[in-house]
Design a protein around this ligand. Sequence first.
Ligand SMILES: [Zn+2]
Length: 563
Amino acid sequence: MTDRSIDTYLNYDDLSKRLLQLAAEQPHIMQVKSIGKSFAQRDIWLVSLTQFSSGPANDKPALWIDANIHSSELVSSMAALNFIQWMLDNKNDADVQRCLETRTLYICPRVNPDGAEWALAPVPKLVRSGIRAYPYEEPLTDGIEVQDIDGDGRMLSMRIKDSNGAWKISEHDSRLMVRRNAIETGGSYYRLLPEGLIRNYDGFHIPPARKEQNLDFNRNFPVQWRNEQEQKGAGHYPVSEPEVRAVVDFISQHTNICAALSLHSYSGVLLRPYSFKADDQMPAEDLWLFQKIGQQGEQLTGYPAVSAYHDFRYHPQEVITGAMDDWIYEDSGRIAWTVELWSPHRQAGIKMNNFIDWYREHPFEDDLKLMQWNDTSLQGNGFVNWYSYSHPQLGEVELGGWDSLFNIWNPPPSQLQNEVDRLPKWLLWHTLITPRLEWLHCKSRKIDLGIFQLDVAVINSGWLPTQISQHALKNKLVRGVVFEIESDVNITFLQGQPRMETEQLHGRHDTPSSPNNWLGQNGDATNDRIRMQWLIQIEQGASVSITARHERAGTLHQKLFLE
Ligand SMILES: [Zn+2]
């Protein structure tokens, strides 16, 4: 049996091998295919999980999960792989079994294999997303280029003595740097720079060098897209990048996807749309729905569910557009989450209201807590104590600080399994709440010779309504249930049409907690089910195929012999 361990970060070859082996072992519930090629021509893998014997994947309501769209957020890939393995290993559990029989999971564990491969190299090269030079092809600008200069595979910080420096060594812990007070003079001060070399150093200026690769795939989705002048990393036009194109094509072509979760790191939060407008711009019903799903997420993952707009903005006057989750909700009214895994701060016992604000301003005690966490939980491996280094351009400097890639941005391998185990139960639950068409009955009755009545009824047995969101309903982003009658022989419709489109079917998602209040006084209406009847004239002994399908809630087929 394939090695299931999640105790190391797999590179592209090892991840590919693991996925293909798992699928080869259990082909009845797992398939792997490529949905496109990355810029460097690597296959972008898509895993489908479902009980194929109970119907094709595309006929069942589905959940989409993607990961690692951002190069260095490697824990997200491992979380996607872990979920796949968890589903396979628990396939006899009642809920997992029901999920595989009635639903589909589409999982893209590494949207951005090129960037991830750079992050996983022995000497990592870190870029936000892809490895294509962007926005310009020309060489880099002058300035400090972040790199591992002493060949130890780590990119740390440099501290350099400077009388006008902004930092001084903390008296509580000599590893930590603390800000110099506003009017303070006469001490020993330092300038902090990232570890690196200075391109075309003039002996005086040290500006940051522009990176060659500046794409951010999560700004390239076709929702409120803005160009490079307005938003960095967005690409030359919406969906310009092959990795994003592959995802957008697949999700657009698979209308059975009811919800999509994008896995990222770090900070330990479940983020919901919108990123670019306030909650009061969203139908209240949808906000309530996101809050209910988020509450379940909080319970099962331990991470708070918050709004991207209200609680996770990089600047109070700026918003993000062109993001995956906004595209999913805005464009097709499906549920979307951005899941930020791993929270070293929470592990260290730091309380924060807003992750982004914390980086700008936080009490020094929090730095001490983080260092305490390093010393105990990481056995001191997360923070490299300062050591002197003879820099070819700057002379004597010290290298040290947080070794962030596999401590702060991603968990160290020893804590990887624990971290990724937060997700499977919520992902399973999220899949099981999707709407699902089921037959209530599908029968025929002979009225006269060659004249038959067809009588068909379906229900939505899922918790979510078939339209998923109020936004989708209001803007007609999803069709109702469609019924079709076909036969090899000629049918004359005396009543009804060969194809009939009906309305949406209700779910139980908005059942009020009190059955007796003004909301519930009319009781539970039967709008979760629908019945259709036809009167047809057809050759005695022929058969008809009846299909009931809904873009999100799945497709049902039934054959009736008319005798
Ligand atoms: Zn990210």
